[in-house]
Design a protein around this ligand. Structure first.
Ligand SMILES: *[C@@H]1O[C@H](CO)[C@@H](O)[C@H](O)[C@H]1NC(C)=O
Ligand SMILES: *[C@@H]1O[C@H](CO)[C@@H](O)[C@H](O)[C@H]1NC(C)=O
Ligand SMILES: *[C@@H]1O[C@H](CO)[C@@H](O)[C@H](O)[C@H]1NC(C)=O
Length: 358
């Protein structure tokens, strides 16, 4: 979830990465009495799985996040050119796969226009760690997974674990993928969720059994889905100076009180970049904006992104201690959920803070 890069992708050939390998099996484990989702603390949202440890959006990153206490596992949904929904974040495969080493695919290099920028890249391969200072030992070991495999991992957990899929760059995908019967990316996305029994308003009995938040940076996608599915939705908020891909409004404009009044009919909360709440200066925090206060006044939850343990991401105020950062955002700012790269750390912090480990 970054600016435009972070947005999407395409690739007629990507599926060759998933064909010819054994897929994660469809949900098979029947757990009669699953431990329910905790709803008394802010949600621990495993950003792309436990991607601080294992390459993002892979089976193992999600399984690790579940072991470590995630309430929700988070992912980005893109479509391949032939209409398969997959879990993948970037517009190209270059940054997080081993594609550069596959000369056999060099003729598949493509340039696509993404929100006004031409992006050239490759579209097949195995996943590797994004940041050079994180564990590199899993590079090349895991494949890109499909939306259905991701759902199966959540449903197979031995306690209730929610899913938190993002509809990634729907404007671009709908331009490049020809869906049958005049359907759209959003329809295919909904079909898969319903196939596995997702649905129900926030906190309804149906939702608590299979919790889901549907997230997007594109408000029109969330509104479109609202007409077909009552699952809770979260509107993502980018840097205030950026414009939405669909309505071309600035994120500044869509965090106004009048916009909140409008959008609250469709979404249960917002997912802002955390710098929009507490802008940093020289890597120190400055005074928080009134964004959380105003969102709460409109009965909207706030789930900021992204929390990362490494010192290179921590503001100096936190003295290299990620627990201090969690404490600040939970106790002082009062957020309702946190997208973290290190689910295990947030989980241990929350257990300590609630006295369970004392
Ligand atoms: C490509 O292969 C080389 C040598 O085997 C290796 O050092 C490098 O990390 C690989 N590159 C990628 C992107 O996997
Ligand atoms: C992207 O490439 C196309 C085709 O070469 C070109 O017409 C267009 O002007 C380029 N767009 C940008 C923003 O560079
Ligand atoms: C989006 O809005 C900006 C600023 O208001 C304007 O300059 C630009 O032309 C708009 N883009 C589109 C595609 O409408």
């Amino acid at each position: 979830m970054n600016p435009f890069w972070a947005t999407c992708l395409i690739l007629s050939s990507l599926l060759e990465g998933t064909r010819g390998r054994v897929l994660y099996p469809l949900p098979s484990k029947e757990h009669k009495h699953k431990q329910p989702l905790q709803t008394s603390r802010p949600y621990n949202i495993a950003h792309r799985g436990s991607n601080g440890e294992i390459p993002e959006e892979t089976t193992d990153a999600y399984k690790r996040a579940i072991e470590e206490g995630a309430d929700f596992i988070e992912t980005d949904i893109l479509a391949t050119k032939d209409g398969e929904l997959i879990c993948f974040h970037d517009v190209t495969l270059d940054d997080t796969t081993d594609i550069a080493n596959h000369t056999e695919f060099s003729d598949r290099k493509r340039t696509y226009q993404v929100q006004g920028f031409n992006v050239t890249g490759f579209f097949v391969g195995k996943v590797r760690q994004r940041y050079p200072f994180r564990d590199q030992q899993y590079n090349g070991k895991f494949s890109i997974i499909t939306f259905e495999e991701y759902i199966a991992i959540a449903l197979d957990a031995n306690r209730v674990v929610g899913i938190y899929p993002e509809i990634k760059n729907p404007v671009f995908i709908n331009q490049h993928v020809k869906w049958p019967n005049g359907e759209r990316f959003e329809d295919k996305f909904i079909e898969l969720l319903q196939k596995y029994g997702y649905g129900g308003a926030y906190m309804s009995a149906k939702w608590l059994k299979k919790p889901v938040f549907i997230q997007s940076f594109a408000p029109t996608s969330l509104i479109y889905i609202s007409n077909k599915m009552d699952s809770p939705k979260i509107l993502l908020i980018d840097d205030f100076s950026m414009a939405t891909q669909d309505t071309n409004q600035s994120y500044w404009e869509i965090t106004s009180d009048s916009y909140f009044e409008y959008i609250r009919e469709y979404v249960v909360g917002i997912g802002p970049w955390k710098d929009t709440i507490v802008p940093p200066l020289n890597n120190y925090l400055t005074a928080p904006s009134d964004l959380v206060y105003r969102a709460h006044a409109h009965n909207l939850q706030v789930h900021p992104y992204t929390y990362r343990n490494e010192n290179s991401f921590l503001h100096f105020d936190f003295r290299q201690d990620p627990y201090e950062e969690y404490e600040y955002w939970i106790k002082t700012i009062g957020v309702d959920g946190l997208f973290t790269d290190f689910t295990g750390s947030l989980h241990r912090y929350q257990k300590c803070a609630s006295g369970i480990l004392r």
